[in-house]
Design a protein around this ligand. Structure first.
Ligand code: FES
Length: 193
């Protein structure tokens, strides 16, 4: 059988060194060991979440290649998963990542109007970041808060039953804050071990 081992060193570019912390790496190796030899790709999704949280906030090509090397799979197998799920970011994001639900239940309850209002207020489209680096908007599929539609998530916090007035208050509040809503540590690592 062909050996698909990828040498990560060939992907390290000048000035970059993509690596998990020793603690995270130890956890990842335990996670991989839960699957039979040859089936280690099954650990890809949680590892990508951890990578996004720990290695810069998005999945760069270097990060995806590193994950491929860890799992002994082809980089393209990581790219196709990372580009399929809206939970993964492929570029730098603002301090506040606003994920606006675009799925039917939210759309029926005014989600499209809310998303349009938000984009107009911030002067950016979905997938873009404000010039000050503060806000990124991303339209996503169901956030699991359909009963409280229309809904959005900013970093790790949910906002529900949105109205234009609520959007005004949320954006104004975040614009003034010095801290951010991101929790410390890896949510995914804590859930898995
Ligand atoms: S459809 Fe919007 S949260 Fe489920």
């Amino acid at each position: 059988m062909r050996d698909f081992k990828v040498d990560h060193n060939q992907y390290i570019k000048e000035g970059t060194d993509v690596r998990f912390s020793p603690e995270s790496l130890a956890r990842i190796l335990i996670l991989i060991s839960r699957y039979p030899e040859g089936k280690q790709k099954a650990a890809l999704l949680p590892i990508l979440h951890m990578a996004q949280e720990e290695l810069g906030g998005y999945l760069s090509v270097d990060v995806m290649d590193y994950v491929a090397d860890l799992l002994k799979i082809q980089p393209v197998e990581v790219y196709e998963v990372a580009t399929f799920y809206t939970q993964f970011l492929l570029g730098k994001k603002g301090k506040y990542l606003i994920e606006v639900c675009r799925t039917a239940p939210c759309a029926i309850c005014g989600g499209e109007k809310i998303s349009g209002y938000l984009q107009e207020k911030l002067g950016i489209k979905s997938g873009e970041t404000t010039a000050d680096g503060l806000f990124t908007i991303k339209e996503v599929e169901c956030l699991g808060a359909c009963g409280y539609a229309p809904a959005m998530q900013i970093n790790m916090k949910f906002y529900e039953k949105l109205t234009e007035e609520k959007i005004d208050g949320i954006i104004d509040d975040l614009s003034k804050r010095g801290d951010d809503l991101k929790q410390t540590g890896s949510k995914w690592a804590d859930e898995l071990f």
